[in-house]
Write a protein that binds this ligand. Structure first.
Ligand code: FAD
Length: 396
């Protein structure tokens, strides 16, 4: 996509073209702004936080009732992109099943995730059912639920194809004239009325800068590093040994489970690649931070697969086998309250930071990019970004 003659001055520069950055350049370019997007790799890529074939999207968020408008607007944007580029399957509706129990100590992103999800659904008028233990067992025989567990079923939820969503954003941005520079690493940023962005290839100048560097946030904006922890996460695809029909997307929804007796929550997806493709399951281990993405161990050891199978797969799924078909390593960038940061950099009028991960940001990224582009250009947006301000952390 580096198809335009390069030049040095832009209205807005966006550093990082993953989920949030690619959505932001799309909307900036749509608004006719001279935009430069820079990424150190060629997005979509498998080195940050936006790979692994699927991401859950749900309309009611246990992480905050205010997120519903972003989730809904994001789906609408992806459906517009599907139509515009004749792409199918950016979003696939499968429904979502969340499971929890009063006995569970596993925590998904926030305290009382299950109860807050139900409350957010009620508050926002999102269609859903609450299933008691016996209904849960009758409807989902492929899951080994216990009598104390309850379910939340949201029919409008499903999964996104993250790599295709990013590709669509960048295609739209390029078609509206954005300059997209790939395989170019930003090395330093000099603040001022005119900001200077030095890369390993060139120097660029701009009046407005957006930093959406994902897990590299602490390198790009070191003054904020005390707010973000980076965690290694592993995704696994386990073989379906029996009852393949029970794991097909038409009867098996995406799921988030706070199981009893283990420390971490699990989530996963139906068998979207046929009987041989297995199902993707992950446990949200949040016990080991890394100082920087360069330290990330990208290989998955056999012992990790065994631990995952014995503790998080075999006890909970009927029909999923021990064989791990493949795995992938990804990074979470987690803020102190598991919320997002989309705000001006303290002390700088013309630099914005967009960190929307904490393990649940993809589903909101299209609308966040749109709102951020509006705020940067006009100071306001249809969906408010007030929940994502840095001041909530009492920055000193
Ligand atoms: C395993 C896993 C599972 C998840 N599951 C879900 C889910 O089911 N549902 C959901 O909604 N969310 C989920 N999330 C969260 C979601 O994927 C993230 O919120 C989202 O991908 C974050 O996007 P981002 O734009 O912040 O980061 P990224 O997409 O990683 O983008 C950051 C970009 O910045 C670039 N960059 C960094 N430094 C530089 C530099 N110096 N110069 C140039 N470029 C640079 C990087 O190369 C990268 O492309 C999950 C995340 C992970 C890791």
């Amino acid at each position: 996509m580096n198809n335009k003659p390069r030049k040095g001055n832009f209205d807005v520069i966006v550093v990082g073209l993953g989920a949030v950055g690619s959505a932001t350049v799309n909307h900036l370019a749509e608004l006719g702004v001279e935009t430069l997007g820079i990424d150190q790799f060629t997005p979509p890529h498998n080195k940050g936080s936006s790979h692994g074939e699927t991401r859950i999207t749900r309309q009611a968020s246990g992480e905050g009732s205010h997120l519903t408008s972003l989730a809904l607007r994001s789906i609408a944007i992806w459906q517009e992109l599907e139509e515009r580029f004749s792409m199918s399957g950016l979003f696939t509706r499968t429904g979502l099943l969340a499971i929890s129990s009063p006995l569970s100590k596993a925590r998904v992103h926030v305290d009382k995730f299950f109860d807050s999800t139900v409350a957010a659904a009620r508050e926002n008028g999102i269609e859903h059912e609450v299933l008691d233990g016996s209904l849960l067992r009758d409807r989902f025989k492929q899951l080994k639920t216990t009598t104390d567990e309850v379910g939340y079923y949201e029919p409008g939820a499903g999964f996104l194809r993250p790599e295709s969503c990013i590709e669509a954003n960048l295609k739209a941005a390029a078609s509206n004239g954005a300059q997209l520079n790939f395989d170019e690493r930003v090395q330093s940023i000099k603040y001022g009325r005119i900001i200077e962005v030095q890369t390993d290839r060139d120097l660029y100048k701009t009046e407005k800068l957006i930093v959406s560097g994902g897990a590299w946030v602490n390198e790009l904006v070191p003054q904020l590093s005390k707010h973000f922890k980076i965690y290694r996460q592993v995704l696994y695809w386990f073989d379906i040994q029996k009852h393949y029909d029970r794991f097909k997307p038409d009867c098996f929804p995406v799921f988030i489970w706070e199981p009893t007796g283990v420390p971490w929550g699990i989530y996963g997806f139906p068998a979207i690649d046929g009987a041989g493709g297995g199902i993707k399951i992950a446990a949200e281990y949040l016990d080991n931070t890394i100082d920087s993405p360069e330290q990330l161990v990208r290989e998955v050891q056999a012992e990790e697969e065994t631990h995952m199978y014995e503790n998080y797969v075999a006890p909970f799924f009927d029909g999923v086998g021990r064989k791990c078909l493949k795995s992938s390593v990804c990074m979470y960038t987690v803020s102190p309250d598991s919320g997002f940061v989309v705000d001006r950099l303290p002390g700088e009028d013309n630099i914005w930071i967009a960190s929307a991960c904490s393990g649940h940001g993809f589903k909101h990224s299209a609308a966040l990019g749109e709102a951020l582009a509006d705020v940067v250009l006009s100071g306001r947006s249809a969906i408010s970004l007030e929940h994502f301000m840095l001041s909530r952390f009492n920055l000193k």
